[in-house]
Design a protein around this ligand. Structure first.
Ligand code: AMP
Ligand code: MG
Length: 456
């Protein structure tokens, strides 16, 4: 057995993932977190701190889903039928009289189906015929407007129009006939009132992240502003004597602190408020000071200093501050030295400093914690299967998450591992749009094989 497996605190990927998940669940259950009321468009990507309830039925009226004619399905059971078009109803309008037997109301998509009608027959299955009515409401000459249903026969029964109507009602009456060439089932092309949700029903529970569909629902429920959880503050502390700030000119053996930026971007992406701290040197005193500063936030992310080197002091400094460590490594590559723990109630992750490792370990572990601290219902990592484009060789013992590019046809996704110079290769990370997962017992993956990819 690999020595790493035996060393205390180093877990398999699955175990490490579950440890973080369990901690996320517990943290989410600790009371209600602070919230604020924001305008709807400021709530995009935020997490609901109040349930959204339907202020009326969804839809509020029986909604026509097609342009056509509102009819009584029973009228059409004998096949081709001619109905009297007694009115028209557009979206936003209403037709207030009951639709009687032998009658139809011309209707547009999104309009309210009038009382009495129980189906909408699509305009494509009808032929419109106009006829002049004389003052007494008798039929005059007929003219076929469209459709191919043939002329209206002498024996077609066209009902008399009620004469005791208000002028407004009369205005809505037309003098047309429609030939319907198809039968319809009761309810066809109509969404009944309240079919999606009834007034008072919960549309969205608290803890839901507001993406476009949820924003639409919230808007439809009449909420111009909405209560969302405050974003959790996530401190970001990069460690390493070789690091300089982005705006500084690095010396020949120095590098720019890019991890603070990848982490800040990732934190912002998943709904946290990144707080970038100054670079910590590989010196315990100053490092401890900055860690203490970082622990004032809701969570602390550290980069670098968690390997086995002489100047990898992060674990030591955290322990001295009374940290509880849940794991001190995971059998993954990149990112094996990843550390997860808490000081008091504040969770932290010590992420390995290599730029790809930092991004991978954030995705695998830290993301769900940022989401939990945002008050969001936990979601599992998003994964899919795709066909490997090229053979691939690796070593066994670690679960690998290799930067890769997913493309191909909708029904035939293909993935290719991006060539890279190891965990420090930021360019590879920037070319990738997913990670190919290689299980720890696999040495070779063959072209054409279906592999798991983690989406990001
Ligand atoms: P460490 O985990 O501290 O041993 O660092 C591993 C590698 O990642 C080293 O090559 C570091 O120079 C590099 N590295 C560490 N921190 C950063 C950072 N903040 N930005 C970019 N590279 C880093
Ligand atoms: Mg270092």
């Amino acid at each position: 057995m690999n020595t790493a497996v035996q060393s205390a605190g180093v877990l398999s990927f699955e175990d490490a993932y579950e440890v973080v998940r369990e901690r996320c669940r517990q943290i989410r259950n600790v009371g209600d977190r602070p919230s604020e009321e924001v305008l709807l468009m400021q709530a995009v990507g935020r997490v609901l701190a109040e349930p959204i309830t339907a202020d009326r039925d969804f839809p509020p009226f029986p909604r026509a889903t097609r342009d056509g004619f509102a009819v009584r399905a029973d009228d059409l059971v004998r096949g081709v039928t001619v109905l009297r078009v007694v009115g028209q109803v557009r979206a936003g309008d209403s037709y207030d009289l009951p639709v009687g037997s032998g009658e139809a109301v011309e209707i547009m998509t999104g309009a309210a189906v009038p009382v009495g009608a129980d189906a909408v027959v699509m305009v494509e299955y009808t032929g419109r015929k106009t006829q002049k009515l004389n003052h007494e409401g008798h039929e005059g000459a007929q003219r076929k407007e469209f459709g191919d249903g043939g002329d209206i026969g002498d024996d077609d029964n066209v009902l008399d129009i009620a004469s005791n109507e208000s002028p407004k009602q009369q205005e809505k009456r037309t003098e047309d006939l429609v030939e319907v060439q198809r039968t319809v089932a009761s309810g066809e092309n109509v969404v009944p009132a309240g079919a999606e949700a009834q007034a008072g029903q919960e549309l969205l529970p608290r803890g839901v992240r507001l993406r476009s569909a949820q924003i639409a629902l919230t808007a439809a429920a009449g909420k111009a502003s909405v209560k969302v959880y405050r974003k959790p503050k996530i401190s970001i502390l990069s460690t390493g004597d070789e690091l300089v700030e982005v705006a500084e000119k690095p010396g020949p053996s120095q590098i720019r602190n890019s991890n603070s930026y990848s982490l800040a971007a990732l934190v912002a992406e998943c709904g946290g408020e990144p707080v970038q701290l100054p670079i910590a040197p590989d010196e315990e005193g100053k490092l401890t000071e900055l860690i203490q500063e970082g622990l004032k936030a809701d969570m602390l992310l550290l980069s670098g200093g968690v390997s086995m080197g002489k100047f990898d002091l992060v674990e030591q400094a955290l322990k001295a501050l009374g940290a509880k460590l849940f794991f001190t490594g995971a059998l993954i590559q990149p990112g094996k030295p990843v550390v997860f723990g808490e000081v008091g109630a504040v969770p932290f992750f010590g992420l390995p400093g290599n730029p790809v490792s930092v991004m991978v370990t954030f995705e695998l572990f830290a993301r769900q914690m940022v989401e939990a601290l945002s008050g969001a219902q936990p979601e599992r990592m998003k994964s899919a299967k795709a066909k490997l484009k090229k053979d691939f060789k690796t070593k066994t013992g670690l679960t690998r998450f290799l930067p890769a590019r997913l493309d191909g046809a909708l029904d035939d996704p293909e993935v290719e591992v991006v060539p890279w110079q190891g965990s420090g290769d930021m360019l590879a990370a920037a070319r990738a749009n997913c990670y190919v997962v290689v299980p720890p017992d696999r040495e070779k993956l063959a072209k054409g094989e279906m592999v798991t990819v983690v989406l990001r």
